[in-house]
Design a protein around this ligand. Structure first.
Ligand code: KG4
Ligand code: ZN
Length: 367
């Protein structure tokens, strides 16, 4: 392995990192990394606007690459290869990162490694935990993907499960939108859920009990929407009844019961949603563990939603049931970053995989 400059720009994070593939600890492997989130730019729209994202990557990436090399005390001449996300993702952003990497590779006469963003997530647990060996069972949960894969080596992935509609992160983001928590939604839902009762709102667990380990979250999202509507109706009626009885009571912070009908708060909706979603994930992953090839060394979780502490706790218990360790990267390596792209680049480069300078950016690219 070697020193790799990694670049990530497939969604709303612009990131660059220098990775030492020979490092034996996480700290030694990440020589330097920088990340710029575009959350502020997209917040008014409640989601990522591709055109805004691409323009922001253009503005930020060049200076960021210079800065991260300076942080590492290096110049481009010192790195052995340049790795960039070549897909899947928002194509404008992917092109910005990939074209930048191609230009640097050409200027410095260095090899280019085109990295699949999902492979970045899939191998990130090996960056974080040097003892993690192939093969492992991977739950990959992000804003765009929700899959269970056997990871037998670099480029050796067997998909056991995928989602038939929404990704898990998407379900968190939509729930956040329904509850008016803004963007990005996952961390906000997790925070609010801590204050709520996970049993307050009855919500469906789509596909739980089915023999194939696939996922579905669209029905759960619709149920969250209906729960929010029911809460609004309840509050309106309660308000009407109260102001008839006592015109001075306005907008109580916490809804109160009216004639035995129990109201629930937004925190209750968040907690109930999170519980339902996690119940689905645990049930599906249990099926996958039962159907996976023998010899898995660990249950591994990666992708943005792997930052969720409740999910990590539930998976830990599931892994223990099967006598396996749970390996989860630190939360900062779960959400999009360039260290994972540099690391995947290092693993590929060590096996001799490099790409021609005319390699294409791909909006879709299954593992
Ligand atoms: O991997 P990632 O950064 O980007 C994609 O490749 O999609 O994942 C982003 C997703 C978003 O849907 C975000 O809401 C979710 O991960 N996420 C979380 C948490 N942190 C990020 N979901 C639940 N709980 C969290 N703490
Ligand atoms: Zn991602």
């Amino acid at each position: 392995m070697a020193l790799i400059l990694g670049i990530e720009s497939s969604c709303d994070e612009t990131a660059a990192a220098v990775i030492d593939g020979n490092g034996t600890t996480l700290a030694a492997r990440i020589v330097a990394q920088r990340i710029a989130s575009q959350d502020e730019a997209h917040r008014p729209y409640g989601g990522v606007v591709p055109e805004i994202a691409a323009r922001a990557h253009v503005e930020v990436l060049g200076p960021m690459v210079e800065a991260v090399l300076a942080d590492a005390g290096m110049t481009l001449d010192d790195v052995d290869a340049i790795a960039a996300t070549a897909g899947p993702g928002l194509i404008g952003g992917v092109m910005v990162g990939l074209v930048t990497a191609k230009a640097l590779a050409m200027a410095a006469d260095k090899p280019l490694v085109a990295v699949n963003h999902l492979e970045g997530h899939a191998l990130s647990p090996r960056l974080a935990d040097p003892s993690l060996q192939y093969p492992y069972l991977l739950l990959l949960v992000s804003g765009g993907h929700c899959q269970i894969l056997e990871v037998a080596g670099v480029g050796q992935y067997r998909r056991l499960a995928t989602t038939i509609d929404d990704a898990l992160g998407e379900a968190f983001d939509k729930t956040a939108k329904i509850l008016g928590l803004g963007y990005p939604g996952g961390p906000a839902v997790e925070r609010l859920a801590r204050e709520g009762n996970p049993k307050a709102v009855p919500l469906p667990r789509p596909l739980v009990g089915s023999g194939e380990p696939h996922f579905s979250f669209a029905g759960l999202k619709s149920a969250v929407m209906r729960a929010k509507d029911a809460q609004r109706t309840f509050l309106r009626q309660a308000q009407d009844e109260r102001s008839e009885a006592n015109p001075e009571t306005q907008n109580p912070a916490r809804p109160e019961p009216v004639e035995g009908r129990q109201p629930y708060s937004d925190a209750d909706i968040a907690a109930s949603f999170q519980q339902a979603a996690l119940d689905c994930v645990i049930d599906r992953t249990r099926i996958a563990l039962a159907t996976a090839a023998p010899g898995m060394t660990a249950l591994v979780v990666a992708g943005g939603v792997a930052a969720n502490a409740a999910l990590r706790g539930a998976l830990e218990a599931l892994a223990a049931e099967h006598g396996l360790p749970l390996v989860a990267p630190p939360p900062k390596l779960c959400t999009d970053n360039a260290a994972m792209i540099g690391w995947a680049g290092a693993e590929r480069f060590a096996l001799g995989y490099t790409d021609p300078l005319d390699v294409a950016a791909r909006p879709r690219w299954p593992l």
